[in-house]
Design a protein around this ligand. Structure first.
Ligand SMILES: Cc1cc2nc3c(=O)[nH]c(=O)nc-3n(C[C@H](O)[C@H](O)[C@H](O)COP(=O)(O)OP(=O)(O)OC[C@H]3O[C@@H](n4cnc5c(N)ncnc54)[C@H](O)[C@@H]3O)c2cc1C
Length: 499
């Protein structure tokens, strides 16, 4: 950082995980940092709440690339293990189909190949080769697309980028993920299983580029994890680290305006009229709403902001008064017609046979539910909010989800899962927009349904307003906790170069 950064002040709008990580990075670099969030607790989508005796993580349930959290502690001269701990999941996901087929997907690739061969009668080598291709895609393009600003000349002038460009024909950029999976895996259930990874960034496997078939590499090479106290441990530990570094938090403080002087960001004004000036402003709020609400007079990058949103979700948080030995931490009950599900979502609708995701953190975090009971986070992918009648859709979906769980998981039990729900909260896309400030309730900002999505996301800085930076799931490199952490790293590096 610059020599005079000791005296410089940064304001961060939003205490989502990217805002928290940036607060740590800037504090370590010597900035005086203020963070404002409209909510009473930090974390944004990565927060938590309780229903009766059950604890729930609000949003993310799958944790990959824990090293991006660890590096924040190391940067601050602390041992991450003194503050933040997690365990690796030996089985990354348990899968069920309506015809009785099941599969446990171990993290270890050779075991995954064995289980797929046994469940689907396919040649195990297909899975080994497919995962080797995923590794190649990540190694040859991941660092460029994810770890650097794609909007700075020096990124494009590097040798690393030149090498990636030469490899583009092998990256399946212009085939859909689904087409790549059909070509490389063949068996329809195996194709569906790997198509599912498009939902990790809220995309449609029938449209998203085949380059994204690298996503399983994150789980099966780097691993899937669960923090010791559940996902909220990530936000909590980074928030506490930031506080130890002297970052000042102003929670329950909604920012109403990013103040400008000519072509420079000069600070913020809160909804109660409090003004705070700064040398630079970092915006962790959804970029669409930031232009709309906080920068109403600034010229908007219209094309960038108009891009298709990622999917949203309907979530049922259920306290279940029973335990299900067959469930693990992550579980998927697949629909019979995956393509129809995505076609309907593109049209703004929901399938009446949805794929159902069930996350049970209490499998490992025993305090999350009373003994003999489980905290179920049940999620169905849904289109971003376009004014649908969500109350009706949520009620219909609740019954369809219950029916599906009864057919698949309770076929040998006398009761319905509905009889086991003792606590309940239901959220849909319009609720997510209100609670997390995410435009149209999108979980991951813009979708990756276009081969050029990586280049079309909003940059990590404003091209028109100096000293204004953007990070988090709605800008480059995209949504999901690991990418949000990378966005904070990119912004830290940009500030280091520019200030
Ligand atoms: C249901 C769900 C499931 C998900 N599952 C996963 C998963 O399994 N794995 C994964 O990696 N990712 C998952 N994600 C995505 C992940 O949660 C997000 O990409 C990530 O948490 C976004 O972080 P962020 O830093 O962009 O900020 P956000 O979490 O979006 O936080 C933005 C913050 O800005 C604040 N804010 C907004 N407007 C204002 C204002 N005017 N003034 C002050 N503060 C303001 C908000 O209150 C909020 O705290 C999921 C998301 C959801 C919702």
């Amino acid at each position: 950082m610059g020599k005079d950064s000791q005296s410089k002040k940064a304001i961060i709008v939003g205490a989502g995980i990217a805002g928290l990580a940036a607060a740590v990075r800037l504090a370590v670099a010597g900035y005086r940092v203020e963070v404002y969030d409209q909510n009473e607790a930090p974390g944004g989508k990565l927060s938590q709440f309780s229903l009766g005796d059950y604890r729930f993580d609000f949003g993310p349930s799958l944790f990959t690339m824990p090293q991006y959290v660890d590096e924040l502690f190391v940067l601050a001269g602390e041992d991450p293990r003194d503050h933040f701990n997690y365990q690796q999941l030996p089985i990354v996901c348990h899968y069920w189909w309506e015809d009785g087929t099941t599969l446990d997907a171990p993290a270890e690739i050779a075991q995954l190949a064995d289980n797929c061969a046994a469940a689907f009668g396919v040649d195990r080598q297909k899975i080994i080769d497919f995962m080797a291709q995923a590794a190649k895609k990540y190694d040859s393009s991941g660092r460029i697309f994810l770890e650097k600003s794609l909007h700075k000349a020096d990124t494009w002038l590097s040798w690393e980028v030149a090498k990636t460009m030469l490899k583009i024909p092998g990256l399946d950029l212009f085939k859909s993920m689904h087409a790549v999976h059909e070509r490389d895996l063949g068996h329809p259930k195996l194709v569906q299983l790997f198509d599912r990874y498009a939902t990790y960034n809220g995309s449609n496997p029938y449209k998203a580029p085949g380059l994204l078939s690298m996503i399983p590499h994150f789980e099966h090479h780097f691993g899937a994890y669960l923090p010791e106290g559940g996902m909220y441990d990530i936000s909590r530990s980074v928030y506490e680290l930031a506080k130890r570094l002297g970052v000042q938090f102003f929670l329950a403080n909604k920012v109403a305006e990013i103040t400008l002087e000519g072509e420079r960001a000069t600070g913020i004004r809160t909804s109660t009229g409090h003004h705070s000036s700064a040398d630079l402003v970092v915006c962790n709020m959804d970029v669409f709403l930031a232009y709309d609400k906080l920068l109403p007079t600034a010229r908007k990058p219209e094309r960038t902001l108009r891009q298709q949103k990622s999917t949203s979700a309907v979530i049922f948080y259920w306290g279940i008064r029973a335990d299900f030995a067959e469930l693990g931490v992550h579980n998927i009950l697949f629909s019979d017609d995956y393509q129809q599900e995505f076609n309907l979502m593109e049209a703004g609708d929901l399938s009446d046979d949805p794929t159902v995701y069930i996350n049970v953190s209490s499998k490992l975090v025993k305090e999350d539910a009373p003994a003999g009971k489980e905290n179920w986070f049940v999620m169905v992918n849904a289109p971003a909010d376009a004014g649908q009648d969500w109350d009706t859709l949520k009620a219909q979906l609740r019954q369809q989800v219950i029916d599906k769980i009864d057919r698949i998981l309770l076929k040998d039990r006398p009761e319905s899962v509905a009889d086991l729900i003792e606590e309940e909260r239901i959220l849909g896309p319009s609720d997510l927009e209100i609670l997390t400030g995410s435009h149209q309730g999108a979980l991951y900002g813009t979708s990756s349904n276009n081969p050029f999505s990586a280049f079309l996301r909003h940059p990590n800085f404003s091209k028109r307003i100096n000293d204004l930076y953007f990070l988090g799931g709605s800008v480059h490199p995209g949504g999901g906790v690991p990418l949000c952490l990378l966005s904070a790293r990119i912004v830290g590096d940009l500030i280091q170069k520019q200030q």
